[in-house]
Design a protein around this ligand. Structure first.
Ligand code: NAI
Ligand code: MG
Length: 371
C-alpha cells in the first residue's frame, strides 16, 4: 500500500516543526518499510507571496486527492494588513470548507512526565488519553436566523435583540456520530455523547440520532449520554472516565479548550479534522497542531515539534490505519519526555537546559530506533 500525504508547512514555526515530522516519516519508511508518497506545497502567507492567494487552486486539488493532509501553521505580522479575502487563515478555511471537514478531533493526552504541567493534580490526569469529537460545520455558529435587530418590547431597556439559532439536521448529527464510533473502535471502544436534551430541542434530536446510529450500525461500541454541563464538571473531576466524547459545535468549542488545559503546553497539542469517507473507505482528513505560527519564536530553533509530530501520529492511526505505528510514535515521545528532554516551552521551575527544535526531533527518532 502507498499512503499519499500532502505536507503544507505554512508560515513561522510551521516549516521548522514540519522538518522534524519529515525525520519521523523518513524513519518509518526506512525502518518499517512503509511506502509514503509525500509531496509538499505552499499555504498561508508563503502561498500568498508566490501566488497572490493563500491557497492556490492546484494545491486545493492536491489536497482533495491526497489520503491525508498535514499542515504546520499559517499567519504572521507581515500579512496582518492584507485584505481579508487573501489573509493566510483563509487558506486554512478554504481547505476545511471544500474538503467538508465536519468532525474536529481534539485529543487530550497527558504524558506522565508532564503531569505536573497540568492545571489539575497529577493523580487526576497522569496517563489521561481522551478524544473530543466536535461537530465543526453546523450548529449555533451557522444557524439562521441570526443577527442583531430592533426590539421594542415594553420593558426591553436598550431596545435591541441579538439572535443565533441552534439548528441541527438528523443527517448532520448522524455523520459526526459515525465519525466518533469509527474512532472509538480504533481506541477504547467507548463513546460519550454530550448535549442538553433536558432544555434544548436540538439536544433531544442529537441524543436520539446518536442512539439510532449506535443501535443500527455500531452496537459493539459502548455508548453513554451526558448533559454537557455535567460533562464539563466530569472532565475536571475525573477526566479518565472518558474515551471518545462526541458533541456539537458550541459545546465542543468550550469542552475542548477546557480539556486542553488538562495536558499542559500548547506545543504538545495535536488535532485533526475529518470529513466523509473517500472511495478507499478512509475519511478526508487534515491534521495540524493546535498552535499557530508563533512569530515571537520563529526562526530561532525554539519551537516544540511534538504537537506536529503527534498530529502525524493521529494521521497514522486514523487515515492510514497504522495503529501500531501510531502507538510506537507516541511511545517514543513519552520516552523522550521521561528522559527529561525538554524544549524551552516545557521547562518547569526547576530549570535545566532546553534542547532545540531539531534536537527534539533527533531524540524522538533515536527513541523510535531504541523501542
Ligand atoms: P500561537 O499559537 O502562534 O502562539 C501563542 C504562544 O505560544 C506564543 O508565545 C508562542 O511562542 C507559543 N507557542 C506556540 N506554539 C509553540 C510551539 N510549538 N513551541 C513552543 N511555543 C509555542 O498563537 P498567536 O501568537 O495568537 O498567533 C500567532 C500567529 O499564528 C497569528 O498570525 C495567528 O493568526 C496565527 N494562528 C494560526 C493558527 C493556525 O495556523 N491554525 C492557529 C492560531 C493562530
Ligand atoms: Mg475555542
Amino acid at each position: 500500500t502507498t499512503y499519499s500525504l500532502l505536507i503544507l508547512p505554512g508560515d513561522g514555526i510551521g516549516p521548522e516543526v514540519m522538518a522534524e515530522v519529515r525525520k519521523v516519516v523518513g524513519w518509518f519508511q526506512t525502518n518499517r518499510g512503509l511506502n509514503f508518497d509525500v509531496s509538499e506545497d505552499l499555504v498561508g502567507g508563503a502561498a500568498y507571496d508566490k501566488h497572490g492567494t493563500p491557497l492556490a487552486d492546484e494545491t486545493m486539488a492536491r489536497a482533495q486527492a491526497a489520503d491525508a493532509v498535514l499542515l504546520g501553521a499559517v499567519g504572521g505580522q507581515k500579512y496582518d494588513d492584507l485584505d481579508f479575502s487573501v489573509k493566510p487563515e483563509r487558506g486554512l478555511l478554504r481547505l476545511r470548507k471544500e474538503m467538508d471537514l465536519f468532525a474536529n478531533l481534539r485529543p487530550a493526552q497527558c504524558f506522565d512526565a508532564l503531569a505536573d504541567f497540568s492545571s489539575l493534580k497529577r493523580e487526576v490526569v497522569a496517563g489521561l488519553d481522551i478524544l473530543i469529537v466536535r461537530e465543526l460545520t453546523s450548529g449555533i455558529y451557522f444557524g439562521q436566523p441570526r443577527g442583531i435587530s430592533e426590539d421594542h418590547t415594553p420593558g426591553n431597556e436598550g431596545g435591541r435583540v441579538g439572535i443565533n439559532t441552534q439548528r441541527y439536521t438528523s443527517g448532520e448529527i448522524r455523520r459526526v456520530a459515525r465519525s466518533a464510533f469509527e474512532l472509538a473502535r480504533k481506541r477504547g471502544n467507548r463513546v460519550c455523547s454530550m448535549e442538553k436534551a433536558n432544555v434544548m430541542e436540538s439536544g433531544i434530536l442529537w441524543r436520539e440520532e446518536v442512539q439510532w446510529v449506535h443501535d443500527n450500525e455500531y452496537p459493539d461500541v459502548e455508548l453513554s449520554h451526558m448533559y454537557a454541563d455535567n460533562g464539563a464538571m466530569q472532565l475536571v473531576r475525573n477526566p479518565r472516565q472518558f474515551d471518545v466524547i462526541v458533541t456539537d459545535n458550541l459545546f465542543g468549542d468550550i469542552l475542548s479548550d477546557a480539556a486542553a488545559m488538562l495536558t499542559g503546553s500548547l506545543g504538545m497539542l495535536p488535532s485533526a479534522s475529518l470529513g466523509a469517507p473517500m472511495e478507499n473507505g478512509r475519511p478526508k482528513a487534515l491534521y495540524e497542531p493546535v498552535h499557530g505560527s508563533a512569530p515571537d519564536i520563529a526562526g530561532q530553533g525554539l519551537a516544540n515539534p511534538i504537537a506536529c509530530i503527534l498530529s502525524f501520529a493521529m494521521c497514522l492511526r486514523y487515515s492510514f490505519g497504522l495503529g501500531a505505528e501510531a502507538d510506537m510514535l507516541e511511545k517514543a515521545v513519552e520516552t523522550v519526555l521521561a528522559q527529561g528532554v525538554r524544549t524551552a516551552d516545557l521547562m518547569g521551575p526547576e530549570g535545566g537546559t532546553p534542547v532545540s527544535t531539531g534536537q527534539m526531533g533527533d531524540h524522538i527518532v533515536a527513541a523510535l530506533s531504541a523501542l
